[in-house]
Design a protein around this ligand. Sequence first.
Ligand code: TYD
Length: 139
Amino acid sequence: MEIKIYNFKQMGDERGTLVPIEAGIDIPFPIKRVYYMYGTGRGVRRGLHAHKTLQQVLICVHGTCKILLDDGNEKAIVELNQPYHGLYIRENIWREMFDFSEDAVLMVLASDHYKEEDYIRDYDEFLRSAKAGYWEDGD
Ligand code: TYD
């Protein structure tokens, strides 16, 4: 599976570091929503869904966490442990977030507003939709 991790530029000087992210320049979509999670308990697993159309970039701006990505064909686990790394997740990818450090702040940049109808929360339904996608792509 192709894993895309952006390495955002770090504007550092004696004062510290600033990371700018511009929609359409540093990430490929206009940002319509930002949300973040923190205070995630030990052993908690979040996500467990895919999206029909939503694209996202996940940035662990503090601490560390792991993301399981599943395209219906292959699975991969990515650890996010730098505030200047952004994990791109296209539509039709099942994701699970886990192993959050106590101090983790996971920020998500999303291409659309919150729409419950865009969620696929049933894994078997996700597999059917992912396979239909492959078929349309000619794979
Ligand atoms: P949830 O979908 O359970 O988060 P995750 O998939 O990351 O584990 O979201 C938790 C709650 O927050 C749920 O009540 C829906 C709400 N929510 C919003 O209101 N807006 C949002 O953009 C998101 C992502 C969630």
